[in-house]
Ligand binder design. Structure first.
Ligand code: NCD
Ligand code: ZN
Length: 335
């Protein structure tokens, strides 16, 4: 049995830099036509020059694979209109991180007060630059995303022309917001469709499943699954594949991030097949993102085959999700 995807896109992806970039980029480039590259490098990507240089390094790391890095800038509330206008041809989004909320977000925004953000949000609305948000407060870990909900609502209602993408949503509450605001969209990861907090800390602790936002309750996972499997035009796939070297995961003070890029398509096909929703996978993996971001991806056909794929235990010094497991689907051909 075969299943073909046209130009799969990963709309939330961490490719890192230097050695790690060369280790991981090719695994996204092999199976995806493009990906929205997160700007949380050290230091973060905040200028056009560093963004273009980073894009060049990504393309070099992708070798001969056909892959378009869709670049994003790290959100700052002091960017001028002129700067954003100049940046617009090179970027797909600005990514807003509350300061200190996740890996390399120290330079993020300190206050979500609308007045603090108004000038930038207005410029982005006018220039039609989407806003991607890591939506967590610094409250109790299980409530952080729900607490951020009212901030999303303020953003959405005060800036109706701004496209706001709630990144890597993990709760039923966030899913419910999608239908209430025309300008709210979301990415959903692979791991949040599959796991709950139980899988991370319910038994022996699983550092390779530890990420931000943390996986939540079974009813949250159900809501995410429901909206993804339905092909709802408000949601798109964003792996949030976030590699960290083994010594930063299997240690005291484990870094947050799940590395799923090399296995994402194979597992998504299995999941959609299991739920008899294969016909909606193309929308989730590519078509919705094309409409939301208003662009045409590189042409790339990925043919998957229902044939076992043994996931490597590691890719260099990074351990992938499902390390050592046998998946039902594998990638047969890409062209
Ligand atoms: C990401 C990372 O490692 O850069 N970590 C994560 O747990 N998802 C940052 C992020 O997207 O929060
Ligand atoms: Zn991320």
């Amino acid at each position: 049995m075969y299943f073909t995807l046209q130009s799969p896109l990963d709309m939330h992806l961490h490719l890192r830099d230097e050695m790690m970039l060369y280790q991981v980029a090719v695994h996204s480039a092999k199976s995806f036509a493009g990906g929205l590259v997160m700007p949380n490098l050290v230091p973060p990507v905040t200028s056009i020059e560093t963004l273009l240089a980073y894009k060049e390094r990504i393309l070099t790391a992708c070798g001969n694979e056909k892959f378009e890095p869709l670049m994003s800038l790290f959100f700052r509330n002091d960017y001028s209109y002129e700067f954003l206008q100049k940046a617009k041809p090179y970027i797909y989004a600005l990514k807003l991180y509350p300061s200190g909320i996740t890996t390399n977000s120290e330079g993020g925004v300190n206050s979500m007060d609308i007045e603090n953000l108004r000038a930038t949000f207005e410029a982005m609305s006018e220039l039609e630059i989407p806003l991607c948000v890591h939506g967590e407060t610094n409250g109790f870990v299980m409530d952080r995303e729900a607490e951020f909900g009212s901030i999303y609502e303020q953003f959405a209602s005060n800036f109706p022309k701004l496209k706001i993408i709630m990144e890597h949503i993990t709760t039923k509450h966030s899913v419910d917001l999608l239908s209430r605001y025309e300008n709210l969209y979301a990415t959903i990861t692979l791991h949040h469709l599959l796991i709950t907090l139980d899988d991370v800390i319910g038994g022996a602790m699983q550092p390779h499943l530890f990420c931000k936002p943390i996986a939540k309750r079974p009813e949250d996972r159900e809501a995410l699954l429901h909206v993804a499997l339905s092909g709802d035009s408000k949601v798109m796939f964003g792996s949030d594949s976030a590699p960290h070297p083994l010594h930063k995961k299997e240690c005291c003070g484990c870094a947050a991030g799940v590395f799923s890029a090399p296995i994402a398509l194979q597992v998504l096909v299995e999941l959609f097949e299991k739920h008899n929703k294969l016909e909606n996978l193309q929308a989730f993996i590519s078509n919705n993102a094309r409409v939301i971001y208003n662009f045409i991806p590189l042409a790339k056909e990925v043919i998957l085959e229902k044939k076992p794929f043994l996931v490597p235990n590691n890719y260099g010094d990074v351990v992938p999700m499902f390390a050592g497991a046998e998946l039902a689907w594998s990638i047969k051909n890409v062209h």
